[in-house]
Structures are given as C-alpha cells and as structure tokens.
Design a binder for this molecule. Structure first.
Ligand code: HEM
Length: 331
C-alpha cells in the first residue's frame, strides 16, 4: 500500500531503497506523534523545559526534508523538461500525473501565490500517512471477517467470477462497479471496524448549541465514530458482520459521505470529510477482490479469529490475522 501511495505521490516507480528511506522517516514521525504533541502547548516554555525533545523534533523534520525534497525537485525538473518537449513536438508521452504535480501547479487563491517547497513536503507527508495505516488496517479487518465467515467469502467469489469471466486472474478497476456484494462487504467492514475511532479535532468558531449542549467558541468537538456505526437504534444486530444489510432492493448506493443521513462515518462527514475516501474505497475494493479471486483464505488449523482490538495509530487487530492461503486453480 505504501509503495502504491509513494508512486501516486511522486509519479515515479522509486527503487526499493528510496521507498524504504521515505517509509522510515514517515514512520518515525508517526510513532512519535503523541510525544511531539505536547510541544504545541506553550512553545515558548517547552522550548526551555523540553529542549531535547524540540531538538529531536526539528531533526526529524530536517531528515524528512532531506528525503522528500529531492524527490519533489526531481519531479519539478521532469515536468519542466516535458513541457519544453511538448512545446517542440506535439507527441504525447506516457506521463502519470502525480500528487506532487498538482501541488506544484496549485495557486493559492487568497494569497495569490504557489506553495513553497516545505509546504509541499508537509502535504506529501499527509498524503502518505493519511492513506497507508488507515487502509491497511481496514483491509486486515475485512480479510479477517472473510476468513471467519467462509460462506461470505464463497458468495463474494461467485460474484467476482460472474463478472471477470472464466480463467481470468485479475479483477480490473472497471469490474468493481458491477460488484454490489463486494461493496457491501467493504462498507460492513468499515462500519463494524472503523480504523479511526474519532475524527480529527474540530472546533466551533462561535458559541453553538449541539444536541442541547452549549459548545463555547473555540471549544473542541469530536465524534465517537465507532459508536455511531454500532448504534442499535440505527442498525439491527449491530455487532454482527452482515454485508447483506447494505444490499437494498432498490440497489441504491449507500451514501458513505453522510450527506443524506449519518448512520456511520468512518471517514468523517461534511466539509472536513477525509479527502482520500474515494481512493480508500477503490483500494479496498480492488485489493479484496483480487485477493479473493486468486486465493482461498482459511483459518490456520486450531486458530480462532480473534477480533480483540488494540489502539495503535488506528484501531488494529490485537492478534494480527494469520491465515492459510491456497492458490485457486483457474477454472
Ligand atoms: C480506510 C481508509 C481511511 C479512513 C478510515 C480514513 C479516515 C479519516 C478520518 C476519520 C479523517 C478525519 C476527518 C475529520 O476530521 O472529520 C481523515 C482525514 C484525512 N485523511 Fe483519511 N482515511 C482513510 C484513507 C485515506 C487516504 C487513502 C488518504 C490519502 C491518500 C487520506 C488522507 C487524509 C487526509 C489528508 C486527512 C486530513 C484532512 C484534513 O486535515 O481536513 N485518508 N481520514
């Protein structure tokens, strides 16, 4: 997943070593996030009292810049070269538009300026961090349920085979749109096991009444994401894994953005909804479909799938999924 996001971010298939460097520096930042959070409070005081931690934080920023800035500059050069080439000759080459390309082109409307290098580094960081752990955690929970409930796995396999055709080993992006049961499984996975238990902290800009409570100006508001999806007033038998609940007779697509009603909000809702939700849904559908088409997933002998949770950056499986995979024979 990380390699895929690095490719989308920089538009180039980097060498393994380069990817590892990016991953290491991103991970160091993520695992230390709570230690560094305290530096937000009273920076002038913490710069004296927590001098060492500040030094560590600034060093980590510098290390991140050293790894990511050359990739951005490389891309900038490539973009300029390509533009010159295109001006001379109208032949279009194979060019993958990357996240960095769009950031390089972006013009801030109010400030009427482009992003500077460090702002681009920071946005690349959000893209890579926001999209990796969340999606892989969701994928693990979903696969665990498919191992636990072989009848659901079997039903999904039938749906996939009906669409991709005999002997085909790859589910393509276009095929995914024709697979309502696959979509239902992903939604049920996100409802039952949302990787983020809360959204990012939001604040009200003026005194606001919310559900009968006064939230004072600048007060922080957050939402219990999992509890919303487990509410027995909104969902029948909420703790059970039942993808069928998302298959309605009208075949109307479930609104994951919560713009009509909010019965679950794994990506948040409204203006600050996760900007990567469409990409995450696509990645989850694509990976689950291809993993099931190509392999039969079974519990390891004597293992029961344990759905205990552990809080890491996201809510992960306390005992990570162990499964026995057998290659399916093409029929
Ligand atoms: C299953 C996968 C994912 C889940 C469950 C998830 C969940 C969330 C949630 C709950 C938020 C906070 C929303 C709020 O504050 O109201 C968020 C924010 C964010 N997500 Fe995701 N996300 C996922 C995948 C992705 C992907 C693939 C990307 C990008 C590649 C991404 C990038 C971001 C960014 C940049 C933010 C911060 C937005 C802001 O500051 O307003 N996420 N995500």
């Amino acid at each position: 997943m990380f390699c895929l996001l690095v490719f989308m971010c920089f538009g180039d298939k980097l060498e393994e070593k380069q990817i590892q460097k990016v991953e290491q520096v991103q991970r160091r930042m993520l695992v230390n996030i709570s230690r560094f959070n305290i530096l937000n409070f009273w920076p002038s005081l913490s710069k004296i009292v927590l001098r060492k931690r500040w030094a560590e934080f600034l060093q980590l920023h510098k290390d991140r810049e050293d790894v990511i800035l050359p990739l951005i500059r490389e891309r900038k050069k490539l973009k300029e070269q390509r533009l010159r080439k295109l001006n001379m000759d109208e032949n279009k080459d194979e060019y993958v538009l990357s996240c960095v390309d769009t950031l390089l082109d972006l013009q801030l409307p109010d400030e009427k300026r482009k992003l500077n290098d460090l702002e681009i580094v920071s946005l690349c960081n959000e893209f890579l961090n926001g999209g990796t752990d969340t999606t892989t955690t969701a994928l693990q929970w979903i696969m665990a349920n498919l191992v636990k409930y072989p009848q659901i796995q079997e039903k999904l396999l039938l749906e996939i085979k009906e669409i991709v055709g005999e002997g085909e080993e790859v589910v393509k992006e276009d095929d995914l749109q024709k697979m309502p049961y696959l979509k239902a499984i992903i939604l049920e996975g996100l409802r039952r096991h949302p990787p983020a238990r809360m959204v990012l902290p939001h604040a009200v800009t003026e005194d606001t009444m919310l559900g009968g409570f006064l939230v004072p100006k600048n007060g922080t508001v957050n939402f219990m994401v999992a509890d919303i999806g487990w509410d027995s007033k909104a969902w029948e038998d909420p703790m059970a894994f039942k993808p069928e609940r998302f298959l309605n007779s009208e075949r109307e697509a479930f609104d994951i953005t919560g713009s009509r009603e909010i019965k679950m909000m794994p990506f948040g809702a409204g203006r600050r909804i996760c900007p990567g939700y469409g990409l995450a849904m696509l990645h989850l559908e694509y990976f689950v479909a291809n993993l099931i088409l190509n392999f039969e997933w079974k519990a390891v002998d004597g293992d029961d799938i344990d759905f205990s949770e552990k809080q890491e950056l996201t809510i992960v499986m306390k005992n990570p999924l162990r499964a026995h995979l057998s290659r399916r024979v093409a029929s």
